[in-house]
Ligand binder design. Structure first.
Ligand code: FPP
Length: 264
């Protein structure tokens, strides 16, 4: 941990760390544009940000970190040359990073429609997942070819399939717990904190079901400039907030109860 990181870390309450942090990595293109470089240079620089963020999350003991690396929309709407570059970058990242992931006890997972990715990328992904499968620390989930609406569609289809193989539709029970069990994230807690870089105030079709109660932290920092220290700053801000899950905070409960008593 460098000096700046240690300084922010000292302000944190280790008992109240978010268990799951989700990050919308944004601003690679703008980072490159400001430097008069091609967009892909921003993606390449984004890998250093991924490395630093993942390492810090693991070091401070975050249970789960989910990174929005590639949306279904990216896949459809960006030039083929950029998509191909991102695929190669991902493949290279996985190959280079597995030893570090193992050293830091990080287990790799994926969410998204993986079967639509190129075969060689799918093979590399499976190899990296398998190579880290026995690690017991932070779960690093990469969202690749991911869309929250597609995830919900897949979950509803999966519920219907399960019911038809399991006694028919009279046994189909749909409630929040059942939907949760059919999402790609079925083995993860819902994120407590979602971070978005580059200042945009949107969820962009990311984990729409799971982020229902998450705290949102938006930073103007562009993704290639993001480092572990910025993650710790986001956690510090999270710890200043009071989470209410639709209820009242402590002070409000008292303030509301007292006038009622006075009227009795
Ligand atoms: C958003 O920036 C970023 C992406 C679409 C790709 C994210 C990829 C990386 C950070 C690098 C590789 C990732 C891994 C996991 C190895 P943008 O291009 O939308 O930026 P802009 O909004 O400024 O144009």
């Amino acid at each position: 941990m460098d000096r700046k990181e240690a300084e922010v870390y000292r302000q944190l309450d280790p008992e109240r760390l978010p268990s799951h942090i989700a990050i919308i990595m944004d601003g690679n293109g703008r980072w490159a544009k400001r430097r008069h470089m091609p967009r892909v240079a921003g993606h390449r620089a984004g890998v250093a940000a991924v490395r630093s963020t993942v390492e810090t999350a693991a070091r401070v003991g975050i249970h789960a970190l989910t990174l929005y690396a590639f949306s279904e929309e990216n896949w459809r709407k960006r030039p083929k040359s950029e998509v191909d570059f991102l695929m190669r970058l991902l493949s290279r990242y996985l190959k280079a990073e597995v030893p570090t992931l193992n050293k830091n006890n990080i287990r790799l997972e994926y969410i998204g429609r993986q079967h639509e990715l190129p075969d060689d990328v799918q093979e590399r992904m499976e190899w990296a997942r398998e190579s880290t499968a026995r690690n017991t620390g932070t779960v690093l989930t990469l969202a690749l070819n991911y869309s929250a609406r597609s995830e919900l569609v897949d979950a509803f289809r999966s519920m219907v399939n399960a019911a038809s193989q399991n006694g028919g539709f009279e046994h189909l029970r749909i409630d929040e717990h059942t939907v949760g069990r059919h999402l790609y994230t079925r083995n993860l807690p819902d994120p407590d904190l979602v971070v978005r870089t580059s200042g945009e105030m949107r969820l962009s079709n990311f984990l729409l079901w799971q982020l229902a109660y998450a705290e949102i932290y938006v930073t103007p920092t562009l993704w290639p400039d993001f480092r572990g220290v910025h993650l710790l700053e986001a956690i510090a801000e999270y710890q200043k907030r009071e989470r209410r899950y639709g209820g009242l905070n402590h002070g409000d409960v008292r303030a509301q109860a007292e006038p009622l008593k006075a009227h009795k």
